[in-house]
Write a protein that binds this ligand. Structure first.
Ligand code: FES
Length: 277
């Protein structure tokens, strides 16, 4: 019977034996990389996509190429590429750790395995570079690259199966026509949830009028109506993504995707909304 690799990887998110490690490590990362411009830059809010996968290309490319060069007997060039891989792994790891520290428990368990495999790969490559001075190290480099391959598989699972970094709101496509959203009885600055034609919509009365966003956070589906409203923005209660109420713009990550926004109008004492075009 063929091994179902996807279901094996799914088990990682339920591995609660990892929790005693996940919790303190997550707090440690969040304590070092504080909310602000650096954290947002590492999430990739400025890019509109998570930064980590883009940064990871360089170390992966370097280590794989170095192993190929080792196989071809080009040991000096392999060593240089290995060293470049080590140097370029740091920003990739920082961006990944920042995303990881602001994610759901199941994602964090899987992410920890990804990080441990990466750490083992770097350890192997670091040892390989030291050994090269004495003429060896190629096998350790190949081991590091193999571990990196296993880690990349877990990373792919995080992104494509668990949706870390994906936009959780891609299915929100309407309503595109004006649709009833209930009575106009909103209290200023109090987030209110309404279901409009099957879509959960967050409504907030502000001093600039009534604003409406999709209620499901684009990061990992947190309920924005349970969040806090301040300065014309709403902050998600789960991991702190902050969106501008007027148009869904991402003010702070971890989300890198704007929140779908709706136009609002009053009609006979009731509210109507439609998705912004
Ligand atoms: S679900 Fe993560 S910030 Fe909203």
């Amino acid at each position: 019977m063929p091994l179902d690799k996807t279901s094996q990887l799914d088990k990682l998110s339920r591995l609660d034996r990892l929790d005693p490690l996940v919790s303190p490590l997550s707090k440690a990362v969040a304590g070092v990389i504080r909310p602000g411009p650096v954290e947002d830059a590492l999430h990739g809010t400025w890019l509109g996509h998570p930064l980590h996968p883009a940064l990871a290309q360089l170390p992966i490319g370097c280590f794989v190429s170095a192993t190929v060069l080792d196989l071809l007997g080009e040991r000096t060039a392999a060593g240089k590429l290995g060293a470049l891989g080590m140097a370029s792994a740091t920003p990739a790891a920082l961006a990944g750790a920042t995303d990881w520290s602001h994610s759901n428990p199941g994602t964090q368990r899987t992410g920890l395995v990804h990080a441990l495999l990466n750490s083992a790969a770097l350890l192997a490559w670091g040892s390989s570079l030291l050994r090269r001075r004495r003429g060896g190290g190629a096998l350790l480099g190949a081991l590091g690259t193999s571990l990196l391959g296993a880690s990349a598989s877990v990373g792919g699972h995080l992104a494509y199966r668990q949706g870390l970094g994906a936009n959780a709101d891609t299915d929100i496509t309407g309503p595109t026509d004006w649709t009833d959203a209930g009575e106009d009885d909103l209290v200023t600055d109090r987030p209110t949830l309404r279901t409009v034609a099957g879509t959960q919509v967050l409504l907030v009365r502000t001093e600039d009028g009534i604003q409406a966003l999709a209620d499901r956070c684009s990061h990992q589906s947190g309920p924005l109506h349970e969040g806090t409203v301040h300065d014309g923005c709403v902050t998600c209660p789960w991991h702190g993504s902050t969106f501008r109420l007027s148009d869904g713009h991402v003010e702070h990550g971890p989300s890198t995707h704007p929140q779908p926004a709706f136009e609002v109008r009053r009609a006979a004492g009731r509210l109507e909304v439609r998705l912004r075009g």
